[in-house]
Ligand binder design. Sequence first.
Ligand code: GUN
Length: 223
Amino acid sequence: APKSTIDASLAPLTPTFDPKHPQRETDVLQAIIQKLGLQQHVEGGYFVETDRDQLRVPNPFDEQAGTRNASTTIFYLLTPKSPLGAFHRNKGRTVHTLHKGRGRYVLIHADEVAASSCPGGYTSNDELPESERWTGKARIETFIVGQNVLAGERLQWIVEGGKYKSSFLLPDEQGKEHSDGLLISETVVPGFEFEDHDFMRWERMMALVTKEQAEEMEWMVRK
Ligand code: GUN
């Protein structure tokens, strides 16, 4: 059987719910979207901001550039109609909490250089000029979020700032093809601002991981 180029213990990462052939939103998902006041997110999926701390803190990413809200929190929902959150990164650290459903997360640690290719140990790739950025060896991490704690599924997961992140919907039960959606909360510290957010570009993906890995994850990159 073919193996994933990202994690050899897995089959290649392919969508169960194909973003190119979206299903119709079920009545129950439409009602949940309405009730929570969710809007389409540019990453894919749906979201609503539920809290924005009015406390202002210094901008930790650039002391010259204003302040940030201390934190923000959103609901985020993936559905069979909008089953993919495309690769992007935030400067802020994000705490994720599962409410319902199952999904897979894929993280690309673009800000870490493998110790083997960097004698001094880990260093920041993002601080290097574009031409000197180390390629092909960014660590990739993938895990399932879901209620089945005993099977290793996560109820809570943290994504540090600077990591590229993608997520996609999985069936509620392994082997089935049905989902009532993946609903989570995300809290970003300091609070979300679009200027702290950017999407993965295909050229960057090709620079960060092997050709085989990039091709396996191509469908998770926003066109
Ligand atoms: N506005 C657009 N996208 C987002 C997001 O991911 N978080 C928050 N808080 N606001 C947003």
